[in-house]
Design a protein around this ligand. Structure first.
Ligand SMILES: [Zn+2]
Length: 263
């Protein structure tokens, strides 16, 4: 039964995680709205972390449970808990686990999404505002694609906690279980950038940044690896977590940075 495996690898070859989508909106506007959304707050003053999930009809996030009976969304939750475990005050982490705890938005009828589109969307729908003690991350599951490329799975908007997820790229990424893991690992990766990794606001203890590819790790076993080069890596990366049931995807270098930066 080799064919399904080749199929997964082939599809992933054309899928990538887009990172650091730039906006045309002025920095001052971004700063005014998201002045509290920064690594210095996340790893010092933040007491509560709220993940808000929004979806268009037809782009619903995957819900349900893994083979071990635990919800898929525990993957994102466990990674957030792990990265904040070094804080003196351990922040409360709130991640929705089922669709009833997520927000439906009206059909947007868009085929292409820019960073400005994502920021404007969040201006319309966000439930809570970030403060120095309460962090909010806004995940939008959308129909249509990134304006940068039709093969991009998700993008975070630079300087904001706003992330767009392009659902059709995920549903083309493999079998049922692989799709669900690709979705969760992509969310961990994008929130990882927003949290300040790699060298994106949280300083490095030792050099491990893949500088040729921006804010990524040179450790291929880390969720912050630049995964669009060597797509077999993404397939085998996800396969490891499917096989073991482990949830925490940060490499040791990320954890060391989080520990050193935490107050
Ligand atoms: Zn990235």
């Amino acid at each position: 039964m080799q064919r399904p495996v080749y199929f997964v690898v082939l599809i992933l070859l054309f899928s990538l995680i887009g990172c650091g989508k730039k906006t045309m909106i002025t920095n001052s506007e971004i700063n005014a709205a998201y002045i509290s959304s920064n690594p210095s707050n996340y790893f010092a003053s933040t007491q509560k972390i709220i993940v808000e999930v929004y979806y268009e009809p037809g782009a619903e996030p995957f819900v349900g449970t893994k083979l071990n009976g635990h919800p898929y969304w525990e993957i994102l939750e466990d990674n957030l808990k792990a990265i904040f475990k070094f804080r003196t005050f351990i922040p409360e982490v709130i991640v929705p686990k089922d669709q009833a705890a997520m927000y439906s938005i009206p059909p947007q009828n868009k085929t292409s999404w820019t960073a400005d589109d994502l920021v404007a969307l969040n201006k319309s729908y966000k439930q809570g505002l970030p403060t120095a003690t309460e962090a909010h991350f806004y995940l939008y599951f959308l129909k249509g694609n990134s304006s940068d490329s039709n093969s991009i799975i998700a993008e975070s908007v630079n300087g904001t906690p706003v992330i767009g997820v392009f659902k059709s790229v995920i549903t083309a990424s493999g079998g049922n279980v692989v799709q669900r893991y690709v979705e969760q690992s992509t969310l961990v990766h994008e929130i990882g950038h927003a949290l300040g990794f790699v060298n994106n606001g949280v300083p490095m203890k030792t050099p491990y940044q893949d500088t040729a590819h921006g804010a990524h790790s040179n450790n291929s076993n880390c969720v912050m690896y630049w995964q669009n080069e060597g797509q077999a890596d993404l397939a085998s990366f996800v396969a490891h977590y499917i096989a073991t049931g482990d949830n925490v995807m940060w490499g040791p270098e990320i954890m060391a940075d989080a520990q050193a930066f935490s107050k």
